[in-house]
Structure formats: C-alpha cells, structure tokens
Design a protein around this ligand. Structure first.
Ligand code: SF4
Length: 186
C-alpha cells in the first residue's frame, strides 16, 4: 500500500471517529476481495514508540502486499502519549493482564495496567470492525509481542525490565478474538 495512504489511515484510526474509519476500510476490502491485516504502527513507519522513534520494516509491508493494512498502536489507543515512559508487565502472559491477574507499571513506577488493557480492547474492536483475520506485530513489546515481551526486572541490577518469552497484552487480545499472529522477526 502507498505509504502516504497508510499514514493518513493511521491518523484517522487514532482519532475519536476511528471506528467509522475501520468500518470503511472493511467495506473497501470486501469490495476489492482483499483481506485486512493489522500491522503495528511502528513497523509501518509511524514514530510512535516510547522513545518517539519508529521501526519501519519494508519486509513486513511486503508481506502484506495485496491486502488492506490496518496500522494500529495499542499504546496510543490506550491513551499513552509519545514519547512516554517505558512500560513492562508483571507477568509474561498478556492474557493475565487482560484478566486482572497481573498488572503493568511504567519506569516511573506508575500503574499502566488500565492503559494497556484499554488499548488492547480498542485495537481489537477496530480489527474486528473491518474483518481483519491476521496481524503482524512488533516482537518484544509489552503490548504487541507475540512470542516475546517485556516484564518488570526480577532484580534492580538488571534495570527496569527484561525481555522474556511471553505475549503482550494487545497480542493476547487479538489472538483471543481469532486473529492469526505473526511477528516482524526482530
Ligand atoms: S510495538 Fe505496538 S504499542 Fe509499541 S509502539 Fe509499536 S505499535 Fe505501538
């Protein structure tokens, strides 16, 4: 897809009328006989990471050739800003955060649980509104990680967080909603 169109789509999906726009994308995909693929917005080139950078991946975008791209950042959708403090989970299972069995905190020791759960729910709502069946997500993120995520460090000497085997909160929600998950291979 044209990068300018993806950028315009990202902006519309993250404004208060994002649901209307997701429905329009779904209708367009159906009329063209295309599938809709959720892609982490940072992989699409949007500078939405905690540090204000992006992780544009040409190979990820190639994998979505011939599909309608749904560029989403669950952490922005949950109300977190950019740049923002890093966030880590209290459990490597994002599903446990969704279920209230674990939480999340930022590097200033503020509770980030509600923002991550809210962002996961909104990302899932938008994905379902347009009939997305597949998602390509940023590996290692507390929201988007599909096989690895970040948890709060087990010891202060390790730093704020550790990357471990697990799944992020939004990835867990999208999987529960029936989407097949892939990662960027990073
Ligand atoms: S990994 Fe997910 S939550 Fe983090 S910046 Fe990228 S799209 Fe946003």
């Amino acid at each position: 897809m044209d990068p300018a169109l993806i950028r315009e789509r990202f902006a519309k999906l993250h404004d208060p009328r994002g649901a209307d726009h997701a429905a329009e994308i779904g209708a367009r995909a159906r009329s063209l006989g295309q599938v809709v693929v959720v892609i982490s917005a940072c992989l699409c080139g949007e500078p939405v990471r905690w540090d204000g950078e992006d992780r544009r991946s040409g190979s990820v975008l190639e994998r979505a050739a011939g599909a309608q791209v749904l560029p989403l950042c669950p952490e922005l959708l949950g109300g977190l800003g950019c740049p923002r403090p890093r966030v880590a989970l209290g459990s490597p299972d994002g599903g446990a955060v969704l279920d209230g069995a674990a939480g999340a905190r930022d590097e200033h020791d503020q509770d980030a649980t509600a923002a991550l759960v809210r962002g996961a729910a909104r990302a899932t709502e938008l994905a379902l509104l347009c009939g997305a069946t597949r998602a390509i997500l940023k590996q290692g993120s507390p929201s988007c990680g599909t096989r690895e995520t970040h948890v709060l460090a087990s010891e202060p000497t390790v730093g704020f967080s550790e990357r471990v085997a697990g799944v992020g909160v939004a990835a867990a929600a999208l999987r529960r909603a029936g989407l097949s998950l892939e990662d960027d291979g990073a």
